[in-house]
Each structure stands twice: as structure tokens, then as C-alpha cells.
Design a protein around this ligand. Structure first.
Ligand SMILES: *Cc1c(COP(=O)(O)O)cnc(C)c1O
Length: 427
């Protein structure tokens, strides 16, 4: 399937090029012009998960990866489950945090790493990505130790939890981490600037692994189908899905799933107080504000980088904008929702609670609700413990890295410094 640059239609590339280059000219995102609906969704939902994911992903990958290789990549990527947990009679959490770094980003990062590894030749590549939390860990773990691939991860200094930080700053080897004095948006800006430097891009084989990379998005499409496959058949008719959103990659993947034929009735875009999209859906005005730090910090984003893809699906009439509403949840309400979920016997963390809040308020009689559980509660241990007044054990993965040294470099949000740093890795 050809992928077009949403800012410059004259640029069209195949899957391999899109995965390798990340962004197109003028910082445009790659996306298919027209998504081709899958036939026989019912049969698809009966398949085993690897076979189903193969059917979903094959049309996008095309001839760039052989059938056999794609099967292997799928087995490696989807080596852990997405679990649909019943919370109330008609409300479910799709738990996406059973991967190596306990966050949903493991799906996308693993698929991207596995695809890239199948593409990489003698010319080394450098992955440059910005993280507001979980991306860093997922990308670092997915790429750690891969040959001919250097990884540089920028994160806002002092704005993510120590534990979260240690999940990617302690690996070393081909994983280089930079604590930037600034916000996540500053980090994202530095990444964008780097991609504008043609010479830099060429010299170090620059590639981005954040959620703008189409491969990450496509892997995420698969678990929406998996959610339906796990729902009782009688509850599949009026399904509402609430997605806790920051950069809007996850929601975009859900909307792709619906466009491919998955019968989701509607979506809810749930954010914390960084509510650019909910305000936009209500008023038609795109007016990002200064980013505010919250307890759902992986969603502290005010200029969501995947939004143009969703906008495109609406503008091209592939997705009906009436099937999307938005809602913002403040800190008190997030905490109250975590307590409410706990009353139902479900321990959750702030991101999933933001989604559940939006879902629960909007759900109509006869509808079935799914909210996405994007991180394991233990990843936000102190917040969860304080709000729910209980102790949760540290999973082994986290306990291991919490005692290791932080290997990150500090840097001001100054592009020339980053540029020098990137060139220096080449030596
Ligand atoms: C990244 C992240 C989100 C936001 O996902 P987007 O695809 O950026 O909208 C939500 N929750 C958690 C825990 C995350 O790490």
C-alpha cells in the first residue's frame, strides 16, 4: 500500500521507506490515501491472534517484507497478550500493559524495531525520539542490543517519575538518553528540527521511533480487533471505546480499525487538562495552551502530533466525525475515578482512569464500553498508593532497573547542542 505525505501529496512512499524515514518532507506524516476495508470481519474475529494480525497488517506492509518474515515479526511483536477485563456488567478495560515495559507502547515499539531490523543493511541508522514517559522505555527495550542501530531518547528533565526514567536511562550500550531542560513539547520540537536538517538526516541515517512512525500505529490497530474478539458476542453491537490520549496515536489506531471495518459505534477522546483536542471538537478552534504537568503525565501534551491523521480521515470522509467526542478530566476527578474503579474491585492508574471517567459519563443504556488500560498501575506506584491508600508491589521488571545507574546526559533545549551530540555518536 502506498503511503502519502499529508503535507505534500506529491511524495508517496512504500512501507519500508515510511518506516525508515519516519516523517516526510515539510514534517508531513505518512498515511494511506484510502484505507481498504477488510472483508469478513466475523471470520477475522474468530482467528487466532497472530493469524488475525497478519491479515490486518499484510496489506500495509505489501511486498516489503516476505510472508514468512512478517509471520515471524508478528510472533515476536505480539508475544504478550492484550487482555479484556470485565470491570462492571457492561464496562471493560482493555489491558495493554502486559509487555516488557508494562505499557501499551510495547506493541508499537516492538513491531517497529522488528520491521526495521528486517530492513537495515550496512548503513547504520540512528533513532531519535522524544518521550513524555513511556515511549522511552518501550523504544529502549525494543531496540536494545540491535545491530547497526543507535537510539537517542530525549525527555523533559525532572518531569517524569524516577522509576519511569530508570526504565530507559539505565540500559546503556546502543541506548543514549538525554535529559532536556524544558517541556516534552520542547523535546518534540528538537526532534522535528533535526529532521529538517537534510545533511544530518543523511549522515547518521536519522529515523524517529515516536508515535508518528506509521509502523507503531499499525501494530496498535490490531488490539482493537483483539478486544472485540474477547467480548461476548451479544455485547459486540454497540461498542463505545474510550482512549486516554496524549499524542493521539492510540486513538488514531482505533479509528483506523473502525475504518477497516471493525464495528465500533463511537470513540471518546479522553484527555487530562491538556485538552487541545476536546476543546477543538467542541469549538472548532485549534488553540493549544502551555502544557500543564499532571498525574497522567504520559498525556501531558498540548500539540498532539498524530492529530493530522485523524483530521485527514475525517476530511476525506473515511471516518464520520460524529463518531468522535472528547472530554477532559482534571486531577481531582482522575483521583476520584481511580477510587470509584477500586470500589468495583479494579486497581487502576491515572491514564486509564481518565479514559474510564469519559466512558462512564457518556455510556448510554444498551451500549458496551471499553476503556484502554495503557499502563500497569505499578508504573505509577506512588500516585496509585497515595490515592487508593494501599500498597502495590513493584513488579520484577521495575525492581531490577530501579537500583541501576542513570546514564543520561543533560542538555539545554538548544538545537545546535543536540546536533553536535548526534554527530558525535557517529564516530
Ligand atoms: C503514551 C501514553 C498515552 C497516550 O497515548 P497517545 O497514543 O500518545 O495518545 C496514554 N497512557 C499512557 C500510559 C501512555 O504511555
Amino acid at each position: 500500500m502506498k503511503l502519502y505525505n499529508l503535507k505534500d501529496e506529491s511524495q508517496s512512499v512504500d512501507f519500508e521507506t515510511a518506516v525508515k524515514t519516519g516523517l516526510g518532507r515539510k514534517q508531513g506524516l505518512f498515511f494511506p490515501k484510502q484505507l481498504l476495508p477488510l472483508n469478513n470481519i466475523e471470520a477475522l474475529l474468530k482467528m487466532d491472534v497472530h493469524q488475525r494480525n497478519y491479515e490486518i497488517l499484510k496489506p500495509f506492509v505489501g511486498e516489503n517484507i516476505s510472508d514468512e518474515q512478517l509471520s515471524q515479526i508478528i510472533q515476536k511483536t505480539f508475544a504478550f497478550p492484550a487482555k479484556l477485563k470485565n470491570v462492571t456488567k457492561n464496562e471493560y478495560c482493555l489491558e495493554l500493559f502486559h509487555g516488557p515495559t508494562l505499557a501499551f507502547k510495547d506493541f508499537g515499539a516492538n513491531f517497529m524495531a522488528n520491521c526495521l531490523q528486517s530492513f537495515v543493511d550496512e548503513k547504520p541508522i540512528t533513532i531519535l525520539t522524544a518521550t513524555s514517559g513511556d515511549t522511552g522505555a518501550a523504544v529502549a527495550h525494543a531496540f536494545h542490543g540491535l545491530k547497526n542501530i543507535q537510539v537517542v531518547i530525549l525527555f523533559p528533565k525532572g518531569k517524569i517519575s524516577e522509576l519511569q526514567q530508570k526504565m530507559f536511562t539505565t540500559l546503556g550500550n546502543n541506548i543514549h538518553t538525554v535529559a532536556v531542560e524544558g517541556s516534552f513539547d520542547d523535546c518534540q520540537q528538537l526532534v522535528k528540527q533535526s529532521f529538517d536538517q537534510a545533511e544530518l538526516v543523511e549522515t547518521i541515517g536519522l529515523n524517529s521511533a515516536n508515535s508518528i512512525n506509521i509502523s507503531r500505529l499499525l501494530a496498535q490497530v490490531c488490539y482493537y480487533f483483539d478486544a472485540f474478539a474477547q467480548l461476548p458476542v451479544e455485547q459486540r453491537n454497540e461498542v463505545v471505546v474510550a482512549v486516554p490520549s496524549g499524542n493521539f496515536g492510540n486513538l488514531c489506531a482505533g479509528i483506523i480499525a473502525k475504518t477497516l471495518g471493525l464495528p465500533v459505534k463511537r470513540f471518546i477522546a479522553s484527555t487530562n487538562v491538556n485538552d487541545t483536542v476536546p476543546r477543538y471538537l467542541q469549538t472548532g478552534q485549534w488553540s493549544p495552551k502551555e502544557t500543564i504537568a499532571t498525574i497522567s503525565n504520559a498525556m501531558d501534551v498540548s500539540k498532539p502530533n498524530n492529530w493530522p491523521r485523524i483530521e485527514y480521515l475525517m476530511d476525506s470522509d473515511q471516518f464520520d466525525s460524529n463518531a468522535l467526542t472528547g472530554g477532559a478530566v482534571d486531577e481531582d476527578k482522575t483521583a476520584a475515578t481511580m477510587r470509584e474503579l477500586y470500589k468495583h474491585g479494579y486497581i487502576s492508574e491515572p491514564h486509564a482512569a481518565v479514559a474510564y471517567s469519559g466512558l462512564h459519563e457518556s455510556l448510554q443504556p444498551g451500549e458496551t464500553g471499553i476503556f484502554l488500560g495503557t499502563a500497569h498501575p505499578a508504573k505509577f506506584k506512588s500516585t496509585v498508593e497515595e490515592i487508593l491508600q494501599l500498597e502495590i508491589p513493584l513488579p520484577e521488571e521495575l525492581a531490577k532497573c530501579s537500583v541501576k545507574d542513570d546514564l543520561s546526559t543533560e542538555m539545554t533545549a538548544d538545537f545546535s547542542k543536540l546536533e553536535n551530540y548526534l554527530y558525535s555518536l557517529k564516530k
